[in-house]
Design a protein around this ligand. Structure first.
Ligand code: MD3
Ligand code: FE
Length: 215
């Protein structure tokens, strides 16, 4: 008998959250090992750090970047910078495997030709969270953002165009990719405090990579 399911992978499926938002479940599973090794190389050059918000609070999420630009925050505000302020050196190069996965995910979500120039790497230790915010520091808001989750699971908060709009809760696990753009690009979003645990590849934390076209 012919195998009608040849080439179908039960670990991968797509969920639509909005007109411009899709969750590609398991999309990064095959690349996760290589991506984790690249992250270790990147943070050896640009270590994770907990930055200060303009309001003077230390973020619970530790961050690093790779690519032509990196997202940074300090007392003077949020911005993209071509150099790591900790070292004064350019951010580590965006690995080809990152670029390819981000572009393939964007294409699968209906955004062809996505060419990110920035990758923000977030590390959530247990208890770390990200409060509701919009991503609006990028120059061209017609470009989507691609997010890759690795390690411990988390609950993602998906809100609306106003901070006070209702939020839905979306669980994100190792290997999940979210692509959002178009009408959903400026939706408020956040991440609930990550629960304690241990992931076989990543250990006791959650990693999230967001690929952006900053300039
Ligand atoms: C936004 N990171 O770095 S990305 C950020 O998991 C950030 O670390 C979160 O927000 C993280 O700025 C979330 C995932 C995501 C998914 C869907 C969205 C962000 C979204 C839909 C609309 C707007
Ligand atoms: Fe964000």
């Amino acid at each position: 008998m012919g195998d009608l399911l040849a080439g179908i992978d039960s670990r991968q499926w797509t969920e639509r959250l909005g007109p411009g938002t899709v969750v590609l479940r398991g999309f990064a599973l095959a690349a996760a090992g290589e991506m984790y090794a690249e992250i270790e190389r990147i943070v050896a050059q640009a270590p994770f750090r907990q930055m200060q918000t303009p309001g003077g609070f230390r973020m619970s999420v530790a961050m690093s970047n790779c690519g032509d630009y990196g997202w940074v925050t300090d007392a003077s505000g949020y911005r993209y910078a071509a150099e790591d302020p900790e070292s004064g050196r350019p951010w580590p190069v965006l690995p080809a495997a990152f670029r390819e996965l981000a572009s393939r995910a964007a294409g699968a979500a209906g955004f062809p030709d996505f060419a990110p120039d920035a990758c923000l790497i977030n590390r959530y230790a247990p208890g770390a969270r990200m409060s509701l915010h919009q991503d609006r520091d990028e120059r061209d808001l017609s470009q989507p953002i691609v997010s890759v989750s690795l390690g411990l699971p988390a609950v993602f908060l998906f809100g609306g165009g106003k901070r006070s709009d209702p939020v839905s809760r979306v669980p994100l696990t190792h290997g999940d990719v979210v692509v959002w753009g178009g009408a959903d690009r400026l939706r408020y979003h956040g991440v609930l405090a990550v629960k304690d645990g241990a992931h076989p590849l990543v250990g006791a934390c959650r990693l999230n990579l967001t690929f952006r076209k900053a300039r």
